[in-house]
Design a protein around this ligand. Structure first.
Ligand code: ASP
Ligand code: MG
Length: 414
């Protein structure tokens, strides 16, 4: 993404993002409007990004499915972008009702230019002219999250949860003082507090740790938003829309204080594919994964068995939504791959630990395996990086697994 630095005036700019649950009904919209006005009254120029109300986006997806199992992606984006258009107008009305000036803008009206990957577009540039004019005219500017336009003005969307990325991108484009992501929890936790009763809210987390946690299934932030925040060193805060608590600051280097492992994440949204009997010759992994890359299917954990009878089995995971498509692509190419069989399963989940301090501390993986062994959890696949360790396990084991791992690393440290 390219940015233009042109700071005008003396006022600081604050970007605030409110998710779908924070604007789910009229009462909540009015509460959010008051919160925004407080920030404005503190002397800031305020740009607000909102998501579609409640489960609007899911409802729109359902509507499309009633008509087609495979709707054209361009039309999906046309449809889904309407959800955010409802919230921005209602929020602007609420602010006006409270006696303040507000203007709502769609992604197109702002000039949020994206690539043409419908349903998963990337922001390329943001024009700041209209935004600055509206701000300088004293308006609170309400921008539709999750959407933009491509070079031919087709409406695009940024992928589920993409409003966070809109907010961070606007903060970059406007060189905002801070970007606040408001949600219905107090910040980033050491584990999902709905499952782990003594999960602790983190005061700080590093961009790198947050990127891992976001992509490992902690759904608080869209992971591309954190990548962007890291690239431009955005002052990013995740906090509650329900109270004034300080939230979690996401930043360059977070306070390492006694925390080797920062958090435990889990993800039910994965499926596993096994390709059985692939010839043990060079180029086979390339051929296999090229098929998927050409279809834009992301592959996560990959495991290759040792060779037996000159063949190997290759297993890997993909998002659940890609499981059927990926399997059928391979099935159609079994002959070319000279493989015996392809099988799949969605009866799988992932539990991961994340922490920048792992690099310098040996024995962390072993501790995680010990925790899982103690509660009788079987591990199907393992993958590690410098700052994370992931284990594939049965979905039924997820809750006891994360409780055990959370306890083993004493993450209830308060
Ligand atoms: N409304 C979109 C979704 O539900 C984008 C977002 O909420 O960030 O995924
Ligand atoms: Mg979200």
């Amino acid at each position: 993404m390219d940015i233009y630095y042109r700071r005008r005036g003396n006022l600081g700019i604050v970007v605030q993002k409110f998710g779908g649950s924070s604007v789910a009904d009229a009462q909540k919209i009015i509460t959010v409007a008051k919160r925004i006005i407080e920030t404005y009254d503190e002397g800031n120029q305020v740009v607000v990004v909102v998501s579609a109300q409640g489960d609007t986006t899911d409802t729109l997806i359902e509507k499309a499915k009633e008509i087609s199992a495979t709707p054209p992606k361009r039309e999906m984006d046309m449809l889904l972008s309407t959800g955010e258009q409802i919230s921005i107008s209602l929020l602007a009305m609420a602010i006006a009702e409270l006696g303040y000036k507000a203007v709502s803008l769609t992604g197109a009206q702002v000039g949020i230019k994206t690539s043409r990957e419908y349903c998963n577009a990337r922001i390329e540039t943001i024009e700041d002219g209209r935004l600055r004019r509206e701000l300088d005219a004293g308006n609170i500017v309400i921008v539709a999250g999750f959407q933009g336009i491509d070079s031919e003005n087709n409406i695009t969307t940024l992928g589920r949860g993409g409003s966070d990325t809109t907010a961070v991108a606007l903060a970059v484009a406007l060189e905002a003082d801070r970007c606040e992501i408001f949600t219905d929890v107090d910040g980033i936790y050491t584990a999902d507090p709905r499952i782990v009763e003594d999960a602790t809210k983190l005061d700080e987390i590093s961009y790198d740790e947050m990127i891992e946690l976001a992509s490992l299934g902690a759904r608080v932030l869209h992971n591309r938003s954190v990548e962007l925040a890291k690239k431009y060193n955005v002052n990013l805060v995740v906090r509650s829309s329900l109270n004034k608590n300080s939230g979690t600051v996401v930043k360059g280097v977070a306070d390492m204080e006694k925390m080797v492992v920062r958090g435990v994440a889990h993800d039910y949204d994965i499926g596993q594919i096994s390709v059985v009997g692939v010839p043990d010759t060079p180029g086979m992994a390339y051929k296999l994964f090229k098929l998927l890359a050409d279809e834009n299917i992301n592959v996560d954990i990959i495991l290759q068995s040792t060779a037996r009878d000159n063949t190997r089995d290759i297993s890997f995971t993909v998002a659940k939504s890609n499981l059927d498509r990926a399997t059928s692509i391979i099935e159609q190419n079994l002959e070319m791959l000279e493989a015996r069989q392809v099988t799949n399963s969605d009866d799988i989940a992932k539990v991961s630990i994340v922490g920048a301090g792992m690099v310098e501390n040996p024995g962390i993986a072993c501790m995680m395996f010990e925790a899982l062994a103690e509660v009788g959890v079987n591990i199907y696949m393992i993958s590690t990086s410098e700052i994370k360790i992931s284990c594939l396990i049965s979905p039924e084991d997820v809750e006891k697994a994360i409780r055990a791992v959370h306890k083993k690393f004493k993450l209830n440290y308060e």
